[in-house]
Design a protein around this ligand. Sequence first.
Ligand code: B12
Length: 579
Amino acid sequence: MMLNPDDVIQQALTVSLADSDDLRLRARLMAGDIRIGRSAFLDRHAVESEYEYKKQAMQDGRIMYHAHIGMNDIDATAAALTRIHAELDSRQFQLDRAGFALDRRMGLPSGQRAAAAAETGPMLATRDDWSALAQAAPIQPHLGDFMIGQPASVANTVEALRIGCTTVGNLSQYFTFEAPGWHDTAATAAETCQAMQLLAEFRGQGVMLHSYLEDGFGALFKSCASVAAWAMLERYLVEELIGARLAHCIGGLTRDPIKRAGWVLALHEIHQGEQVGSMIYGDTLSFGREFEKNRAVTAEYLLWDILIQLHAPCGHAVLPLPVTEAIRIPSADEIIEAQLFGRQVEASARRLYPHVDFTAAEQFSATVCREGREIFDNALTGLSEAGANIRDPLQLLYLLKKLGAQGFETLFAGDVSNLESPFTDMFALSQDVIAEHRPLFSDAAFRKRVKGMRLLVASSDVHEHAAGALAQLLDEAGAEVVYLGAEQDPQDLLAALRRQAADALLLSTHNGMALEYARQLKQLLDSEAIALPIIMGGVLNQKVDDQALPVSVVDELKSLGMHPAAGLPALARLLPLQK
Ligand code: B12
């Protein structure tokens, strides 16, 4: 149940935070000791920063390419970079930038990383590990996962600048991503604020702050107008209050090509024509297990991503997604195949461009910006009237995170079904999942079986749409649902089960930590003799040593006494389970 947003704001205003001006002063002093390094890419292209390179590419009408890479360890990741570069170079192509999907533990202060469950992506333990990201190949490093927005924002940002990474993120992750076992939001807000202030000190050297809107509240808002308002709020906070250059990213949760092209035009307007974007994320939502279909998905979204960059160059690199997007982290060969496929789509786009009509995309952009502006104005006025200092970036960071996406949309957007702007594709997808499974969950026999059962529903990481759908369907079926939400650590689940007994725990997990997480949870529950059926679903794989990619752990989970469920129908068959 959502807390009253006004009360949330008043409560948050009572929390004492660090002084933003003091944080800035210390960031300025820190900047004096930092020299931005030279990545192999910056040397190869003889540029001072990725910003300078992007401006040149925009002028030349060149399409830039991005790949997201996150093998299990740094050696496998560096080897993948070298291999991808060699393969593309042998065909006179190049990969302009690579985003590193680091292990989520990298967001924690270095001394606290070992205690948490291993997840997908590499850990960077030494300076050589960091340098390998920039020296393994002349591909510009993009660091936008578990960097800015996390408890170790400043230390990780310093390492990124030191290796020559000049686009560092990810502000949106601050609002939704939690570091495992860490609950000190005020400290994370101060770290995030200071890391952005540090980037502001290097604005003149082309350093940019990256923010992928759909990693944050953009994945939880119902309306595209709210996403536009949020982009305006991030620009206000970063560009006007802090003075850093903000590069927005969107697209991973946007299936509709018109919306994808429309968002590029909208970001152009939101940034008053100054936008130099980081990248446009591929449509990760439409991927399934059929690779042929996935290739067709890439062909469609990439065609429009390239067409709009030809039409309104905005500096965003495009991302041809590998066919395994819905299953696991991709291999180097899958990334190479996708990149080569992308170049063929570019050739088609350049042929088609003279014949393409962008009116629908322009209309989408005009609508979301118009309605977004109203919501943005409501937000600043509303927060100011509630007693917030809207010129204080740290207070805004803290308040907005506490308010949450639902609270923000309820307070400042009102009933979004009255808006002209469409629903986001992520919200539409979650509604489709609920509608698709409602017949099964409203079946009389099923309702009889779950009536009165107390069921705890939670997600171990940021992925909350499946858990949310599950909670709603079970609530409608007459079960007593206790919805704990996203980013629940094993300790959080133990605390919840100490507070109230339950007939079963329904756990959604996606980040390649299923087995280690389940082991930690079982150990904690056994230590307090708490026994209940645990049903797990989502992406049930695990990062293991000596393997470049996470492996399925369904059998291991069964041997641990867990009940892996492939999907919602499987759950409907499983319940009720004996304790
Ligand atoms: C949406 C999404 C996101 C969104 C999440 C938005 C949100 N707030 O929920 C964003 C962009 C924020 C995100 C972030 C990340 N993501 Co993500 N994400 C996805 C994506 C595209 C769709 C997942 C989704 O929501 N589907 C819609 C819901 C309704 O369905 P579902 O989750 O698939 O669940 C279905 C079943 O699995 C089942 N089910 C799920 N849970 C449960 C639980 C029970 C009890 C039962 C019975 C059934 C069940 O029922 C559901 C309905 O059929 C998938 C790829 C894909 N196409 O599947 C990647 C994916 C899951 N993400 C992935 C990763 C790695 C991440 C990041 C770590 C990346 C990064 N480095 O930043 C971060 C997570 C950071 C963190 N703090 O946890 C990987 C996982 C890789 C792996 N394990 O091998 C995937 C597979 C993409 C990839 N190939 O890299 N992600």
